[in-house]
Structures are given as structure tokens and as C-alpha cells.
Design a protein around this ligand. Structure first.
Ligand code: ASP
Ligand code: CP
Length: 327
């Protein structure tokens, strides 16, 4: 196993007194600015290791249970890839209908079962608060991979890492971040707004009237002294935006299909609209996109959403290593 002699985060070894050893990751509220610097330092080194050696044995013998009650491509496969690149292995439960969940097994019992076989559990579930319930039932670390419209903390960590890597860590204070789309049901923006409130950013929220950022999130962000403003069109804010964070209207969360139809396709980012934006800025999206960003924009250097997915691998490698006491 190659080592990193000059690394503040690695050489790899056992760090059982490390602050994140054995911890759950449920909400971005658990992270301070210093924690983020640490996570991003480890993630940066994971990137270097993947480039140099591809796969290595940091988590050899460790097992991840990947438990997904909702669809996922990126989160599920990047946690799998992260574990395997670190030499560990994965129990995948991507379709709970083929597990004993379909027989009526409760979430706490399912978690108690999986922790008999695994060292860490990654959970995506449609109910807000489910990850906290799972963590209470578990002795092993639980990582929230999205709990309904609540949070998606590992996404917000990789989003912030993307901003650091793309625009420079020193630049984040003073940045204007504009979140666009479904701010009501989008769990990624709930986590990201909270996490960015650790920095001196300015937040703009652009959405249809019925999809505004929840008051609860805005109040938490306001309590950190972060300026926030709401808009119903992108025009006014785009020229000053450093990060445009586009989101999908979350069709599956609507009770009324007509309400979904009324806001579907409200905003589409395309090369024409982006002429009004800065040259040095980035466009992000947690993905999947379903029409909010036109594919003709994909070749623009400001389109960071595919690079963002790759950064997710390194952040998830860092998080697994941290909670398993190896970073
Ligand atoms: N993939 C992200 C999530 O699961 C965003 C989305 O689905 O629109 O929250
Ligand atoms: N960004 C994200 O969570 O993607 P998936 O839903 O595909 O996991």
C-alpha cells in the first residue's frame, strides 16, 4: 500500500481516536468550517491516490451495506465505487422490494440486521428523519444518503468540495451562490444552503412561487448572518452569480399532479441565457437533470455538473475512511 509521507491526513493507518471514528453522518449541521477543511483535505488526497494507483487497501476487510429505499444512480454507485477503491466490499440493497422490507420489516429491524454483517450503513429513504431513526437503532455508523425532503449531507459536502476545487478555496468567502428550481422539495439545496452558511456567502433563491426555500432553512441561514434574497426570475441575479446551482422539480414529492405540471419546465439554462453570466463562474446540478439544463450547454467550460459527480467519489472515499477510523 503506497503511503503519503508528507500528508497531514494520511499516511493511512488506524486513527481510532480520530474525531469522526464511529460517527453517523446525518446532517450538515454536524460540520464546522474546520471539519470541512479536513474532509476536503482527505478527499483531495483520495483523488491523488485514485489517479496514481486506482485502488488501494485502506479499508480492506471492511463491509458497507448500501440500503436504498428510493432510486439512485450517483449516490449508490459512488459509495460502492468508493468502498471498492479503498479495498472494501459492499452489500447492495438497491431494490428494497426484493428484501424483507417487502414483508413489512421495520427500518430499525432492517438496520439491526445489516449491522450484523456490515461495518457501515449508507441509507436513502423517502421519509424525513429516517436516517436519524436508523442511527438510533444502530451501533455502527449510518450515513444519510437522502431522507425524503430533509437533507442530503454527502451531496452538500461534495457540492462544496466542487466549489473549492473549481473556483479556489480562498474565494468562497464573498461568493454569490444562486440556487434555482425546486427549493421546496429539493433536499440537496436544504443541505447546501445550511452548509454554505459557514462561509461569508450571499445566497439567492430563484424558484416558482410554490417551490420557495422552506422558512425553517432560511431562518437557520439568517441566524448565521448570511444575506438571502428570493426571486422569481434568473435575469436580475445571473450577472453577479459565481455559482449557479440548478435543481430538478421533484415530481415524486407532489401530491397534486396539476401543481407539478404548472411548474414543470419553469426554468431552462441554455447557452443563450448564459451569455449574461460571468466568464469565471460555474453551473452545478446534483443530477439527474430532466430538462433544466439544455445539453447544448454541456461543452461550456462553466458546466461543472459532470465534474461534480466525480468529486463525489473522492468525498465519499474520505467520509468512509473517516467514520471507519482510517483517516
Ligand atoms: N439526486 C438528488 C437527490 O436524490 C437530486 C434529485 O434527485 O433531483 O436528492
Ligand atoms: N445526486 C444524486 O443524489 O443522484 P442520485 O439520485 O442518482 O443518487
Amino acid at each position: 500500500m503506497p503511503t503519503q509521507p508528507n500528508s497531514p491526513y494520511l499516511p493511512f493507518g488506524d486513527h481510532k481516536n480520530a474525531p469522526w471514528y464511529g460517527k453517523d453522518i446525518i446532517s450538515v449541521k454536524q460540520f464546522s468550517r474546520a471539519d470541512l477543511e479536513y474532509v476536503f483535505g482527505v478527499a483531495h488526497e483520495m483523488h491523488g491516490m485514485v489517479d496514481r494507483v486506482g485502488t488501494f487497501d485502506l479499508l480492506k476487510g471492511k463491509i458497507l451495506a448500501n440500503l436504498f429505499y428510493e432510486p439512485s444512480t450517483r449516490t449508490s454507485s459512488s459509495f460502492t465505487a468508493a468502498m471498492e477503491r479503498l479495498g472494501g466490499s459492499v452489500i447492495p440493497i438497491n431494490e428494497v422490494k426484493y428484501s424483507s422490507v417487502a414483508k413489512g420489516e421495520s427500518l430499525p429491524d432492517t438496520i439491526r440486521t445489516l449491522e450484523c454483517y456490515a461495518d457501515v450503513i449508507v441509507l436513502r429513504h423517502p421519509e424525513t428523519g429516517s436516517a436519524a431513526i436508523a442511527a438510533q437503532a444502530a451501533r455502527k455508523p449510518v450515513i444519510n444518503a437522502g431522507d425524503g425532503i430533509g437533507e442530503h449531507p454527502t451531496q452538500a459536502l461534495l457540492d462544496t468540495f466542487t466549489i473549492f476545487e473549481e473556483l479556489g478555496a480562498g474565494q468562497i468567502d464573498g461568493m454569490t451562490v444562486t440556487m434555482l428550481g425546486d427549493l421546496k422539495y429539493g433536499r440537496t439545496v436544504h443541505s447546501l444552503a445550511r452548509l454554505l452558511s459557514l462561509y461569508k456567502v450571499k445566497l439567492n433563491y430563484v424558484s416558482p412561487e410554490i417551490l420557495r426555500m422552506p422558512k425553517e432553512v432560511m431562518e437557520e441561514v439568517a441566524a448565521k448572518g448570511i444575506p438571502q434574497a428570493e426571486f422569481d426570475s434568473l435575469e436580475k441575479v445571473l450577472p453577479k452569480t459565481d455559482v449557479l446551482y440548478v435543481t430538478r422539480v421533484q415530481k415524486e414529492r407532489f401530491e397534486d399532479p396539476e401543481a407539478y405540471e404548472s411548474v414543470r419546465g419553469s426554468f431552462v439554462v441554455n447557452p443563450d441565457i448564459m451569455r449574461a453570466a460571468k466568464k469565471e463562474m460555474i453551473v452545478m446540478h446534483p443530477l439527474p437533470r430532466v430538462g433544466e439544463i439544455s445539453p447544448d450547454f454541456d461543452d461550456d467550460p462553466r458546466a461543472a455538473y459532470f465534474r461534480q459527480m466525480e468529486y463525489g467519489l473522492y468525498v465519499r472515499m474520505a467520509l468512509l475512511a473517516m467514520v471507519l477510523g482510517k483517516a
